[in-house]
Design a protein around this ligand. Structure first.
Ligand code: NAD
Length: 404
């Protein structure tokens, strides 16, 4: 018989927080994740300019999990929320094993949304996991080297980023910063390396604070990024990006940052989902129609003040994960549970190593180095909650968190 079994799928911001929050709960917990580490999704673009950062944007999970949480390395391949049963493909053996949960938390995050644009999914790189930054960097390097060797035409020196939202902007700034190093390594003149950022909406960062959007646009243009707005990408061919106005940009490297949707598993499990595949949840993050099954982070559609789902951000995922850790611990003890209430603190966007913009809760704007420090400070605060001052000190001291 023993204590109830809680199964958590995913060790991102949400799932990892639920696991840590169940520290003192009367439960046996299994945390299912494909890798033995937790990565900081908000920093995945940084190793593009600084490859060594790769070992500083992820944390090994095991040392930071409570004793009642077992880590199972594998990928959930099927979920039956009615019976609270999950099939997990074991990472080591490839065998599929079944887990039965008394309480199930689905925190599997999101994946790129390609909108059915021809050629895009097959040809574009994305910013998705720990390997994305290094893959983007090495792809760009290889194409530039082949261009320098006369092996590729002008497309070899051009990078097109599709989607000028948060991810596209942060990535463009990172690539612009990397240009000097890339030039030195490949023998191509820095000015010859072209970076395009293409956004469908009339401006970058649609819906964001207009003065800060102007700051970001000016920053990127000064850094040499060619910003094209008001023009969606319609097709990607082996050598071109085709825009809706008929323009064809020759491009050797295409990176898609045009949006995300919830991981497919959510829809496949039979949850009631919105148009981005996120499961509809009640005030306590319980899935509509499935008792004892909860969703958190990018996999959940939780209505904000305006009735629209909260954005798929690290901040929301972390708050939902911390809430669920507390709420499930209470539920397991038979205590009443309050509804989830988000406390949105604002948005900070990095522009390379030294610049950024931030819009804080009270409408206060921050730009430049102060905003950049603010973005780093959110990481320090997060690490402090996980591993205390010693973990923050390791990061500030430039030590690897996760040897790769
Ligand atoms: P997004 O949906 O915010 O932005 C995608 C952009 O791509 C949009 O501006 C959209 O208009 C554009 N687009 C869509 N189709 C296009 C097409 N065919 N051609 C050209 N452009 C097209 O996605 P994101 O930037 O990946 O962000 C996802 C979520 O993550 C957001 O909720 C965001 O808040 C969060 N995020 C936050 C930060 C931060 O706070 N610093 C950083 C990254 C992501």
């Amino acid at each position: 018989n023993g204590p109830p079994h809680v199964v958590i799928l995913g060790a991102g911001y949400a799932g990892f927080a639920v696991a840590r929050g169940l520290r003192a709960a009367p439960a046996r917990v299994t945390l299912v994740n494909p890798y033995p580490y937790h990565y900081f999704t908000t920093l995945l673009h940084e190793p593009v300019a600084r490859p060594r950062l790769r070992e500083r944007i992820a944390l090994p999970l095991a040392p930071y999990l409570p004793p009642n949480v077992a880590l199972w390395l594998g990928r959930a391949v099927a979920v039956d929320p009615g019976r609270r049963v999950v099939d997990v493909e074991d990472r080591a053996t490839g065998a599929v094993r079944r887990l039965e949960a008394d309480l199930l938390v689905v925190a599997v995050g999101s994946e790129p949304l390609f909108f059915g644009i021809a050629g895009l999914e097959e040809r574009a790189l994305t910013v998705r996991d720990l390997s994305s930054g290094p893959v983007i960097r090495s792809t760009v390097e290889q194409r530039l080297a082949r261009y320098a060797a006369g092996d590729l035409g002008p497309e070899g020196r051009r990078i097109v980023i599709g989607g000028g939202g948060y991810t596209g902007v942060e990535l463009a700034a990172e690539l612009a910063e990397a240009r000097v190093d890339l030039a030195r390594e490949t023998g191509v003149a820095p000015g010859a390396i072209e970076i395009f950022l293409v956004e469908a909406a009339p401006s970058l960062l649609p819906g964001f604070d207009p003065p800060l959007v102007r700051y970001v646009t000016r920053f990127l243009e000064k850094a040499g990024v060619r910003v094209i707005t008001g023009t969606p990408i319609r097709e990607v061919t082996p050598r071109h990006v085709v825009l809706a106005d008929g323009r064809r940009l020759e491009a050797g490297t295409v990176i898609w940052t045009g949006g995300v949707r919830a991981h497919r598993l959510v829809e496949q499990a039979g949850f009631e989902v919105d148009r981005r595949g996120r499961a509809l949840v009640g005030p306590d993050l319980q899935a509509r129609g499935f008792a004892g099954v909860y969703l958190a982070g990018d996999a959940a559609a939780f209505p904000g003040e305006d009735g629209r789902p909260l954005p798929p951000t690290a901040q929301v995922a972390l708050q939902q994960g911390e809430y669920l850790g507390r709420a499930l611990a209470r539920r397991l003890r038979g205590q009443p549970v309050e509804p989830f209430t988000p406390h949105l603190l604002g948005t900070v966007i990095s522009l390379g190593r030294r610049d950024g913009v931030g819009l804080l809760r009270n409408g206060y704007r921050v730009t430049g180095h102060a905003a950049r420090v603010l973005k780093s400070a959110t990481l320090w605060r997060y690490l402090y909650r996980i591993g205390g001052a010693s973990l923050v000190a390791r990061v500030l001291g430039g030590m690897p968190l996760h040897p790769l």
